[in-house]
Design a protein. Structure first.
Length: 256
């Protein structure tokens, strides 16, 4: 079954009407302790604070198992990325690269500035039930405050020179942002194959706000076993389990 582009754009517009989020990963859950296990883990996020109730009650939650997608054209994405200074933070939940203004993603007529990039181990999304070793999320925000996230799977393989700029400088402990010598090119972590899944979802951490435009590339990139182990030593498991699809539309496009 093919899904026409206009149907997807209606879906995205309906979702993004409510997805303006003042704080991203660094500010999510501030003042409320949440983790990835036990009584403060994902199964209980919705009860930790009234601000987190969407984690339990939302119907468009992320991540999901990317399966049974409909083939379709969801419209082209434009990547206007440039090398970024290394502004890295261990926020207690992940390693995050904060982005200077100037790099952007375009969806239709809307420009979304790249705000930050962070990582999960193992991957949060599944593909037909399969998890990858890691997943990178590039988080973008429009002038209206709407969010669009690009997900890239990472699997064990060749050393990744682009990721090395971040992984070689990962702070071992939670703390403030650190400026590190060097630069990172976001284009270098996009896979050569541009087949991708598109759907409307949420933040994968509290407050789990919904209405985000998600794009997840099917083709993974690689990182060496040593690089993956270095991240896993800091974050053995910072992946939220998959959530129900409910009545959402999942589109897989052959190229962007």
């Amino acid at each position: 079954m093919a899904i026409e582009r206009r149907a997807f754009l209606r879906l995205a517009a309906a979702g993004c009407a409510c997805c303006a989020v003042p704080g991203l990963m660094s500010a999510q859950g501030e003042g409320h302790a949440w983790t990835y296990e036990g009584a403060s883990g994902p199964d209980h996020w919705g009860t930790l604070s009234p601000d987190f109730k969407t984690c339990s009650l939302g119907l468009q939650q992320t991540p999901i198992d990317l399966s049974n997608a409909a083939a379709g054209d969801a419209g082209a994405l434009g990547f206007d990325y440039r090398p970024l200074p290394l502004r890295i933070v261990n926020n207690g939940h992940t390693i995050q690269l904060n982005a200077d203004r100037g790099s952007a993603l375009t969806i239709g007529e809307t420009r979304y500035e790249l705000v930050q990039m962070h990582f999960h181990h193992p991957s949060e999304h599944l593909v037909d039930g399969r998890a990858y070793d890691m997943e990178a999320h590039l988080v973008h925000r429009s002038e209206a405050g709407d969010l669009a996230v690009v997900g890239v799977f990472i699997e064990k393989g060749a050393h990744n020179d682009a990721l090395a700029a971040i992984f070689d400088a990962m702070p071992a402990n939670e703390g403030p942002e650190m400026s590190v010598e060097g630069a990172f090119d976001p284009l270098a972590v996009l896979p050569s194959g541009r087949a991708a899944f598109r759907y409307s979802g949420s933040l994968t951490t509290p407050p789990c706000s919904e209405g985000l435009a998600w794009t997840v590339f099917r083709e993974p990139i690689t990182a060496s076993p040593e690089q993956i182990r270095a991240f896993a030593a800091l974050f053995p498991n910072n992946a939220r389990p998959v959530q129900p699809m409910n009545e959402r539309v999942l589109i897989e496009s052959g190229g962007l």
